[in-house]
Design a binder for this molecule. Structure first.
Ligand SMILES: Nc1ncnc2c1ncn2[C@@H]1O[C@H](COP(=O)(O)OP(=O)(O)OP(=O)(O)O)[C@@H](O)[C@H]1O
Length: 255
């Protein structure tokens, strides 16, 4: 199995604080991997590094064979890495469909000239993109809400819309930051199935941060554990569950 993403001794400091240190992460194509750790362990910082929002202090990030360090977030998105956020970031006043369409335009099948001159290719492209956006909404069980404003959706549906929007950018690597946060147990169970389903349907590699251990242990094939910015363990869910360093890190948190 080929590695789609590797980090080599990746690290970042904020003043004196080493938020992430010496991280060596490998994701193979098609992997569904978890990134867990107590609050403040550095998980979201890893996502910020992988998506170009932060520049690493040390190390390298290799995506599809080339370094992406120093690229702008939109350049990294265009290469195929997309994320969702811990705090939902939808366009609240736009419709559900428009939220997906905006993301879909990153890979529009026409160029600016076609759009300005309103050439046939533009109309054809717009039609295709709407159809694709609807298809994504159907998969995420949101098609019946296509015309609703995003802000009027219940929380669980907003989280699903975030994933639909991320998928619209046609990623090969999807980073999910606490996708089940705020969901009730039934919504979480449905989401678990959905994550596995989209991974297979869209040939995705998925890295997910999640505090819901039930979700992580059930769907992730491998798990990396961070504590104070350091990767203290890596293995299968079974190995992680029984790892004394992991148990200690979580007990320290009272979990
Ligand atoms: N831009 C920044 N400037 C200064 N410190 C930062 C910055 N971003 C993150 N940190 C610090 O880095 C550490 C790791 O934060 P991070 O948000 O990555 O943790 P986390 O594991 O995602 O936590 P949580 O589970 O609570 O979301 C924290 O101590 C945080 O305060």
């Amino acid at each position: 199995m080929a590695a789609i993403l590797q980090t080599h001794s990746l690290g970042i400091s904020f003043g004196g604080l080493k938020a992430v240190q010496d991280l060596n992460l490998t994701l193979n194509e098609g992997d569904l991997v978890g990134l867990i750790g107590p609050n403040g362990a550095g998980k979201t910082t890893v996502f910020n590094l992988l998506t170009g929002m932060y520049l690493p202090t040390t190390g390298d990030i290799i995506f599809k064979g080339e370094s992406i360090v120093g690229l702008k977030p939109y350049e990294i998105a265009a290469k195929g890495i997309t994320r969702t956020f811990q705090n939902i970031r939808l366009f609240a006043e736009l419709s559900v469909l428009e939220n997906v369409l905006i993301a879909r335009h990153l890979h529009a099948p026409y160029n600016m000239v076609h759009a300005i001159l309103r050439l046939g290719k533009y109309y054809q492209g717009e039609k295709e993109m709407r159809a694709e956006a609807y298809e994504l909404l159907k998969i995420m069980n949101l098609a019946h809400k296509a015309e609703e404003k995003a802000k009027n959706l219940p929380y669980g549906e907003q989280r699903r819309l975030e994933i639909a929007r991320a998928l619209a950018t046609k990623p090969s690597l999807l980073l999910l930051d606490e996708p089940a946060a705020g969901m009730n147990p039934q919504e979480t169970t449905d989401l678990m199935e959905l994550i596995g389903f989209i991974r297979d349907k869209f040939n995705l590699t998925i890295l997910l941060i999640e505090h819901d251990m039930h979700l992580v242990m059930n769907i992730c094939e491998r798990i990396y554990v961070l504590d104070y910015g350091i990767n203290i363990a890596h293995g299968t869910p079974e190995e992680i569950k029984n790892n004394p360093r992991v148990i200690e890190a979580y007990l320290g948190e009272g979990a």
